[in-house]
Write a protein that binds this ligand. Structure first.
Ligand code: GLU
Length: 426
């Protein structure tokens, strides 16, 4: 049973994020003809862990934080997925994101299952010391969940290489051996991969170029608006501009800007670097609202911030012809249908933002072999892998006469079903 509520404009909205994932899974399963057994298995995350993390804050007081890790599937390999630090982290969201990781890894052809974790906290309000203690407490509490051939965390919203270094340090301390492959997205000095930091943005760029080829859009005359200027958005902006795509809209959680002549992208990147990491106060364009950014006149829209920003209401007003989902779950299930009916091509998150986990996989391979690759080698392998995944999803969408989102789900379901069948039951 899925719980739905009616919104003001008469469309339905899923009360639970995990249920919204299941709703899409069910649609794809029906089109593809997924076996009831595989469907049952994929509807239930394999493992859900919730921990309480008591931390001594800088003021000497103890605060208790909620930590989560969900392993959705290990059918295709050890589970893989990031750790997010945000105030709205909860078990439902972590479950949804973990399922997406299973599908994302399958779409990207990686030998991984899917997982996701998080801590309910506001990292912007915490000192470096508090964050280090919190991350190490989380690593200790999850030390029997994680493992180099078991469950491999990585960065996600609100975390980066610094947190991954603390996680690795604590995990290695507990297990008593150096296992750099237990976490990806690490600093290069601790065994991280070249190209990992920019990888999700790079994947967005490749997905955009591939989608432009398929839809006959000329990149040299195309314009793009990108929502989000964090790890995904900022690299996407930089890399799209490097391909001569004119960036006309940029934003972060503090401000949104429009410039129909095209932004000086390097200036925006420099501004953010010298302005505490935020765009507020940038003078390279006209300040607009976030909704105006999403609905502005650009050929390509890249939502690369948070989930559920493209609602049914926004979808009705979107002018872009192509949407490339840099964030996880930026489009609601209800908006999907509207976009499809309007003929807008949506390159779904489980394909478009798979560049990050693809280079995470390369990092893990390098850690296992002890042989490290050049940035050019990483990028070349990444681009080839993304292009192949894109082609496969496009093929499935055509073959099953459906959207790219459902085509991506079908690509994943084909592999997962085969894996489930080979493994047998008990
Ligand atoms: N958190 C990223 C994602 O959602 C990366 C996951 C990983 O590298 O394991 O895809």
């Amino acid at each position: 049973m899925t719980t739905k509520t009616m919104t003001a404009n008469g469309t339905t909205q899923h009360a639970s994020m995990f249920e919204a994932v299941l709703a899409r899974l069910d649609v794809a399963a029906k089109i593809y003809g997924l076996s009831p057994e595989a469907s049952l298995i994929l509807r239930s995350p394999e493992k859900q862990v919730r921990v309480s993390l008591p931390i001594v804050m800088d003021n000497g007081k103890v605060e208790v934080f909620d930590g989560y890790r969900t392993v959705h599937s290990t059918v295709l390999g050890p589970s893989k997925g990031g750790i997010r630090y945000a105030m709205d982290v909860n078990s439902d969201e972590v479950n949804a994101l973990s399922a997406w990781m299973s599908f994302k890894c399958a779409v990207a052809n990686l030998p991984y299952g899917g997982a996701k974790g998080g801590i309910k906290c506001d990292p912007k309000k915490m000192s470096a010391g508090e964050l280090e203690r919190l991350t190490k407490a989380y690593a200790a509490a999850m030390s029997d969940v994680f493992g180099v051939n078991k469950d491999i965390p990585a960065p996600d919203m609100g975390t980066g290489k610094k947190e991954m270094a603390w996680l690795l340090t604590e995990y290695n301390k507990i297990t008593g051996e150096h296992a750099p492959g237990v976490v990806t997205g690490k600093p290069i000095t601790l065994g991280g991969s070249r190209g990992r930091e920019a990888a999700t943005g790079r994947g967005v760029m490749i997905a955009t170029l591939e989608a432009m080829k398929k839809t006959g859009m000329n990149r040299k005359s195309a314009t793009a608006a990108v929502q989000g200027f964090g790890n995904v958005g900022s690299h996407a902006v930089r890399l799209l501009a490097s391909k001569e795509i004119k960036i006309v809209g940029i934003s972060d959680h503090t401000a949104a800007f429009w410039n129909e002549k095209g932004f000086d992208v390097e200036a925006a990147l420099r501004y953010v670097q010298n302005n505490n990491g935020v765009l507020k106060g940038f003078t390279g364009g006209t300040e607009i609202s976030n909704d105006e950014l999403l609905c502005g006149k650009a050929d390509v829209l890249v939502p690369a911030a948070i989930q559920n920003v493209i609602t049914a209401e926004i979808a009705n007003k979107i002018q872009a012809k192509l949407i490339i989902e840099g964030a996880n779950g930026p489009t609601t299930a209800e908006a999907d249908k509207i976009l499809h009916d309007k003929g807008i091509v949506v390159v779904p998150d489980i394909l478009a933002n798979g560049g990050g986990v693809t280079v995470s996989y390369f990092e893990w391979v390098q850690n296992k072999s002890g042989h490290y690759w050049s940035e050019d080698e990483v990028n070349a392998r990444h681009d080839a892998s993304m292009e192949k995944a894109f082609e496969n999803v496009w093929y499935n969408a055509q073959q099953y006469k459906t959207s790219m989102r459902l085509g991506a789900y079908i690509s994943a379901l084909k592999k997962l079903e085969k894996g489930i069948r080979y493994r047998g039951n008990y």
